[in-house]
Every structure is written in C-alpha cells, then in structure tokens.
Design a protein around this ligand. Structure first.
Ligand code: FRU
Length: 325
C-alpha cells in the first residue's frame, strides 16, 4: 500500500467552469506533480456562497493541514474561513479575498492595480476624451469590487472620461442584454471595460449585432492563451487590450508548501500584471507557446522516470528472488 500523504491540502474553489479556473487547477497539479507526498482535495462550490461555506467546513471536518480558498463572494464565506484559521489551519486565499484579515497568505493579482491599469490605458487610447460603459463581475466578489474601485479611482484624474453605464455580468454572458440596452441609451459610448475577457468577447458580439463595428473599443482582463481567449481576441482585434491576470495555481501550491514546511513565505504574494495589446500580443503568444512546450517536455521526462523506476523495481524483485534461492 502507498504510504499515507504527508500533507493534506483542502481547496475550496468557487467554480471550475471556464478556462481561467481550469488553468488555475492545471497549475496546481503541475506544481503538485513534484510533490507526491501531498494530497489535494478540491471541492467546487459552483458559484454559490452557501455551498462554499458548507464545503469549507466539510474540508476542515475531513482533516486538512492547510486550506486554499478562492471565495465566490467575500462576505458570506468569511465566517467559515475564520473558523478554520482559528483552529490553527493555515489559510491561503487565492485570487479572491474574504472580508477578513484572518488568513495566512494571499496569492493572486492586485485587482486594484488591474482596474487602474485599464483606466490609464483607456485614457491614452481615447486621447483623454470619451464615454465608457463598465461590465462588472459578480457583485460582492473582491475581484469585482477592487477592479471597479481601481478603475474609478484612476478615472478621477481624467475629467474628459465619463462612465455612463454599468452592467453586472456575473463573470458570464448574463450582462449582454443589459449591455445592449446601455449601448442603445448611450450611442456616444466609445469604450467598454469588461472585468474579464469572456464578458469582453460577449460585448464584441453585441457591438457587432448593433452594427457598431469597431467604433467601440473593448478592454478585457485575464489574457489567457487558447482559442477565443484573451490573447487570441486581441490578436484578432476583437479586444483592443486585455489586462493580464494570472491564475496563480503554481504559486499557491508553492506558498502552501513553504507554510507547511515551516519555511519563510510572504503574507502577500502579488502576481504582476501588464497590458496586452497589438504591440506585444505576438511576444506574449510566443512566450506561452514556449512554456507549453517546456511543460510537455517535463511530462515526457516524468513519464520516462516512472518507467525507469518501474523497471528498476521489477529488476529488484527478480534479484531478490535469485538471492533467495
Ligand atoms: C474566472 C474569473 C476570471 C477573473 C477571476 C476573478 O472565474 O471570473 O475571469 O479574472 O475569476 O476572480
């Protein structure tokens, strides 16, 4: 029988739908493949705070050495996370935050900076004069409130830019009918800031349906590789820009392991951001392609190593057999 895992990490994930969450999980698994002594148990809350609270408590009851949480909404899951923390279970917040300072470490992008970056880019793009519609993520999620706050703050320095409409997208296509209304009510609108690329992609479709062509510039957030994702959308001109927001799965596991191994770690682990637009999208694509190839190489080598270990183990059996006779 395999030895029991040295560490059990519980992961409460707000949702597993969409390529961004998939990339996060893939990153975690990639990092964990170097640590077979660690077991990860993930529960998916399907974008439901009540379910997420229950799942956090379930993970704690089941026995974990560390909890990673990506909260759907900040407020509702806070008590369950605080309970875990007060029991002495280290807590790593990933991508989104709770409403409390009771956690061991945060790993993720700076969403305030994401909003500010989008606003500054919009200002330059529009030559400091224009009319904007904002599509927000789920209300109550820290990524939404911080992106919105950063965007609004940075626009205060831009008297020529006005936000005339705000629609809530819930990170999905839900906002699109309301967006169409807002665009009809404000035909002068010339920029949309969508809190993620998925909603930006939907906004591009709506603009097309309304016959607005490329008159309305769209800025998204995430900048993922892959067909119909941020890099591709920028490359094809459907988005003018995407503000990079890394899923951070590898980083979360690395921080978790430092905490478990009682090694030094940082309380705030901010992943960097940058604007991806037509000037650098090719370079970004080449970089992600290269990382992808390297990852495949690593997997091939791990496969080879496992086969060698299996051969070695069976040779040992034969050898012991021979010695025994
Ligand atoms: C995926 C997602 C991303 C976004 C992040 C914010 O679930 O909506 O598109 O950047 O979550 O937490």
């Amino acid at each position: 029988p395999a030895p029991p895992p040295a560490y059990r990490i519980g992961f409460s994930q707000c949702s597993t739908t969409g390529p961004w969450r998939q990339a996060m999980l893939a990153g975690m698994k990639r990092e964990l493949s170097f640590h077979p002594e660690v077991r990860l148990r993930m529960l998916d809350a399907h974008d439901n705070s009540r379910v997420q609270q229950q799942q956090i408590r379930e993970l704690v009851r089941g026995g974990i050495d560390l909890l990673i949480v990506s909260p759907y909404e900040a407020g509702p899951v806070t008590p369950a996370v605080e309970e875990a923390y007060r029991r002495g279970i280290p807590v790593v917040l990933l991508d989104r935050r709770t409403a409390s300072g009771q956690y061991t470490a945060y790993v993720g992008g700076d969403n305030l900076e994401v909003g500010q970056t989008a606003a500054r880019y919009a200002a330059r793009l529009l030559n400091h004069r224009g009319t904007i519609i904002e599509i927000l993520g789920t209300p109550g999620s820290s990524a939404t409130s911080d992106r919105h706050r950063g965007f609004t703050q940075a626009l205060r320095a831009e008297p020529g830019l006005r936000v005339v409409g705000q629609v809530t997208g819930d990170w999905t296509a839900k906002a699109l009918p309301a967006l169409a209304q807002a665009l009809k009510a404000h035909p002068e609108a010339n920029l949309i800031f969508a809190h993620n690329d998925g909603m930006g992609r939907g906004a591009a479709q709506v603009c097309q349906q309304l016959g607005l062509g490329k008159k309305v510039k769209i800025i998204g957030v995430d900048g993922l590789p892959g067909k119909n994702e941020g890099l591709d959308l920028v490359q094809r001109g459907l988005l003018t820009a995407s503000v990079l927001y890394s899923p951070g799965g590898e980083d979360a596991i690395r921080t978790a392991l430092s905490i478990l191994h009682k090694q030094p770690y940082k309380h705030e682990n901010t992943l960097g951001t940058l604007v991806i637009d037509s000037t650098n999208v090719r370079t970004m694509q080449q970089q992600t392609d290269k990382v992808e190839t390297q990852q495949q190489d690593i997997e091939r080598q791990q496969g080879l190593l496992q086969r060698l270990q299996a051969t070695y183990a069976s040779q040992q059996v034969v050898l012991y057999g021979l010695l025994a006779t």
